[in-house]
Design a protein around this ligand. Structure first.
Ligand code: GTP
Ligand code: MG
Length: 294
């Protein structure tokens, strides 16, 4: 897992000898879950699972989460569990920006603390930056509470990866030796029969969507005022421009609202008191803090 363009598919191809499509342009490439060809690594037969990142340019986060949950739940129902989960981060990034933070937060919520000893954090593109810079970034990433420290504290292991088969196999050997574990999302959906909107990952995503919607709504209110002022001034050009921006922002809000509804669909109608449960949940979701918490 990891944001779009960090090199997930490239890693899988390098490790397994597969030929999955790697991105060359700016758009996200992998937009569905795909498997590598199985391959042998010592006594282990390995299949790698490639996933799209959250903040994909073509699929919404709700669609991505639903896809991941469906796949992982099916696996758990068939008693297939993962030996390892990998989160990939580019050491070339000079900021741990919003997209990376969101992806990592979703990774943590999908895995749950119990599965983190089976997690690897790959610092990709290790050879693309100078030694001083990459070591300083690594230290900050692994020791900052806002970044990877909580995962490391829960016994996830960080690896440097230089795009060679050797380093890919070294990481996979470490994971293949682990006893397969149930991820939190599998436990929630399969054993506890939770709806996607009730899972830790679902709640985290609903919180993000609510926060985005709230910001856009605030912006829309501001725009409405500006439009009224432009009308008073009889500034037709300014009014038309603002109306167009408002229309675009309303579309974005509509999409966010559709994502939230898709995550909550089925849940609110499951019991007769569903509507009340739905409303109360929305209020709770709105207050979910951004930090990863256990
Ligand atoms: N220099 C360098 N480039 C890399 C490395 N890994 C991936 N790339 C390049 O980064 C770009 C994106 O790689 P992908 O493997 O498609 O990334 P992805 O994470 O699968 O992206 P999505 O499928 O969009 O989520 C491609 O142009 C790769 O050639 C690496 O280790 N070093
Ligand atoms: Mg890919």
């Amino acid at each position: 897992m990891g944001p779009t363009g960090v090199g997930k598919t490239t890693f899988i191809n390098r490790a397994s000898g597969s030929d999955l499509r790697v991105g060359t342009g700016l758009e996200s490439t992998t937009d569905c879950i795909q498997l590598s060809q199985p391959f042998l690594l010592g006594r282990f037969r390995i299949t790698l699972v490639d996933t799209p990142g959250f903040d994909d340019t073509r699929k919404s986060d709700a669609e991505i989460l639903t896809m991941l949950v469906d796949y992982l739940a099916d696996d758990a129902r068939n008693k297939h569990y993962l030996s390892g989960v990998i989160y990939m981060h580019r050491i070339t990034d000079n900021r741990m920006g919003g997209i990376a933070l969101r992806n990592f937060k979703m990774f943590m919520q999908l895995c749950g603390k119990q599965a983190l000893p089976n997690a690897a954090i790959i610092l990709n593109m290790w050879n693309e930056v100078s030694e001083d810079v990459r070591n300083a970034r690594k230290l900050e990433l692994l020791t900052n509470e806002k970044f990877f420290k909580p995962a490391i504290a829960a016994r996830a292991v960080a690896f440097e990866h230089d795009n060679t088969e050797k380093s890919a196999h070294c990481i996979l050997r470490h994971l293949a030796r682990r006893k397969p574990k149930t991820l939190l999302i599998q436990r929630e959906v399969v054993r506890e029969h939770k709806h996607i909107g009730e899972t830790a990952a679902g709640i985290a995503l609903l919180g993000d969507l609510a926060e985005k919607e709230r910001k856009h709504q605030e912006h829309l209110r501001q725009m409405k005022k500006e439009i009224e002022e432009a009308v008073e001034r009889r500034d037709e050009e300014e009014r038309a421009e603002l109306e167009e921006s408002r229309r675009q922002l309303e579309e974005v809000c509509e999409k966010l609202s559709r994502q939230r509804k898709s995550l909550l669909a089925g849940w609110s109608t499951r019991d007769p008191a569903g509507f009340w449960c739905f409303s109360a949940r929305n209020m709770v979701v709105d207050r979910i803090p951004y930090q990863i918490s256990w």
